[in-house]
Design a binder for this molecule. Structure first.
Ligand SMILES: [Fe+2]
Length: 337
């Protein structure tokens, strides 16, 4: 078993992972966290809903917070397509592959198509949102990490190669994947992208599907420390879960926070660029990773956000899970190649 092959001529053109909608138990508390610590700005508010974006984003929103009384969960992952014509092509493609797509009305978005992926994750595709003023040079209004832009999502699912096929069929390329030992075949993690960096959607092998985290890019490493200091000042010090440290895949510096409901958000320095023809999938194993970080805490390894109404599978993968846990939690800090 290796990794699926990318279809370089997909039925429609996805531009990037672009937005996420999560349910929260206390809208005011969540908005305070995401604006104060992560540094997002509010684009619009409605009855029980707030739309936020990064300071660099002209997109109306990249994070939608929805007030819910039930257990907070992720509602939907959003992707941009190149044009409305791509939505029609997407509708035909998903209809022909038996996935029951549906056009829906979503506030502050153009035409929007809903569909579930092959493991039941609720997705939406749109080409347009109402353009907003970019605030990246309005330093006087920036707070916390002053997060620039939405970057990627990471999901957990028992069989990452199988789950990835849905996306490689849609033209997602694999930047990185990792196996346990040098001679192992089963991928434990797969990183896929459409835009010009290593990740729009990432799968790790664990029970799922669940949302492990969504991520925003900051200007540079100093903004990670601004976020940490601001979190401390505002009383969110215990919301820090992991980092600061450096990823092997993508080479970005990172910090993970948990929001007031436990949804995990990553902020990271800009990762490497890729997308040229010679950028073939990079295979990682215990012996060739280069990163520095403390071992992942148990919470990072096992806790994640459910998708509303989606059943979690994967109780039968215990041996693979132990392998991944060992890989992520006990690897050496730095291993020369
Ligand atoms: Fe990430």
């Amino acid at each position: 078993m290796t990794v699926p092959i990318t279809n370089m001529s997909p039925a429609f053109s996805i531009r990037r992972a672009s937005h996420v909608s999560v349910a929260v138990s206390d809208l005011k508390a969540s908005v305070a966290f995401y604006t104060g610590v992560i540094g997002l700005v509010v684009s619009a508010e409605g009855e029980g809903v707030v739309y936020l974006r990064g300071v660099e984003e002209s997109a109306h929103h990249s994070l939608t917070l929805v007030q819910k009384k039930d257990q907070p969960a992720c509602q939907r992952l959003g992707f941009r397509v190149d044009s409305d014509a791509d939505l029609d092509r997407a509708f035909d493609y998903f209809s022909e592959t038996g996935r029951s797509p549906a056009f829906v009305d979503v506030a502050h978005q153009g035409r929007t198509l809903h569909v579930a992926d092959s493991i039941g994750v609720p997705l939406e595709f749109c080409a347009t949102m109402p353009a907003q003023h970019r605030l990246h040079d309005n330093f006087h209004v920036q707070k916390g990490a002053a997060a620039l832009r939405y970057d990627h999502v990471q999901l957990l699912t028992p069989n990452v190669a199988k789950a990835s096929e849905f996306y490689t069929d849609l033209g997602f390329r694999i930047s990185d994947y990792f196996v346990d030992g040098e001679h192992d075949e089963t991928p434990l993690g797969i990183f896929m992208y459409r835009k010009n960096n290593p990740h729009d959607i990432v799968f790790l092998a664990r029970p799922g599907p669940v949302l492990h985290h969504f991520a925003y890019i900051v200007a540079d490493s100093t903004y990670l420390f601004r976020a940490l200091d601001t979190a401390s000042s505002l009383g969110y010090a215990s919301n820090l879960e992991r980092g600061p440290a450096r990823h092997g895949e993508g080479h970005a510096l990172y910090v993970y926070f948990r929001d007031p409901d436990g949804h995990r958000v990553e902020i990271m320095s800009p990762p490497i660029q890729m997308g040229d023809a010679e950028d073939v999938p990079m295979r990682w194993h215990r012996g060739n990773r280069h990163s520095w970080e403390y071992p992942a805490p148990k919470s990072w390894l096992y806790e994640a956000s459910r998708f509303e109404g989606v059943e979690i599978q994967g109780k039968g993968t215990a041996s693979k899970l132990r392998s991944l846990e060992d890989f992520l939690a006990n690897r050496p800090l730095n291993v020369p190649e």
